[in-house]
Design a protein. Structure first.
Length: 213
């Protein structure tokens, strides 16, 4: 019997739910999956003084033609500066801002021309912590494995920001005196507030939801 795996879309500073799935051994990152606008592929959610804010990275039009993530090009404009300003304003007083903001800033200021390059750089910030714990994500489909398309479609829908299917234990967030705990924010929120403990937080949820993965 062939092994069945799920394909996970590449994402920008992906939320906790994405990481929980990415660290499961039955999931791999698929660069050939078509790009879909207004999804976590190019949109991140952070918590500001006014509540949840979606930051979207503009890309060049694909003309409505299904295009693999690796071929999608970044658009020009001031969006890099605008994103960094929003992140700095939201997390400037967070416990680990001084440690992680320079890494995030470097990611945004890279000369990357494609969305996939920017996404990969955003993943490295968390993957450095993963490596210290001896865990990693899979970027290629295992040999002889088959993609479980129904489960892959379900997974893709479940990763979107509005989804709350995985219970996240609360942790102190910026502006927690104004808002109840916000689930499924970008990993930027987790890093800024929990720092080196971020990977332990993700692994705790993963082990609770995928105990054999």
């Amino acid at each position: 019997m062939p092994e069945f795996v799920r394909a996970l879309p590449l994402a920008l500073f992906p939320p906790v739910h994405w990481w929980v799935e990415a660290l499961d051994t039955s999931t791999y990152i698929d660069m050939e999956r078509p790009y879909h606008k207004q999804t976590l592929r190019n949109r991140i959610s952070i918590l500001t003084s006014n509540g949840r804010l979606h930051l979207t990275v503009p890309v060049q039009s694909t003309g409505g033609i299904p295009t693999p993530m690796r071929e999608v090009r970044l658009a020009d404009g001031k969006w890099r500066h605008e994103h960094l300003y929003a992140i700095r304003s939201a997390y400037g007083r967070a416990a680990y801002f001084e440690h992680y903001y320079p890494m995030i800033e470097a990611c945004y200021k890279t000369a990357a021309t494609h969305l996939s390059e920017l996404c990969r750089m955003s993943l490295e910030i968390v993957l450095q912590q993963c490596a210290k714990k001896g865990v990693a994500i899979h970027t290629e489909k295992p040999m002889d494995a088959q993609v479980d398309e129904p489960m892959t479609r379900q997974l893709s829908l479940g990763l979107e920001p509005a989804y709350a299917g995985i219970a996240e234990p609360g942790y102190p967030q910026a502006f927690s005196d104004r808002f109840e705990f916000q689930h499924n924010l970008s990993c930027i929120d987790l890093l800024m507030n929990k720092g080196p403990q971020s990977i332990d937080y993700i692994l705790f949820i993963k082990n609770a939801t995928h105990p054999k993965g």
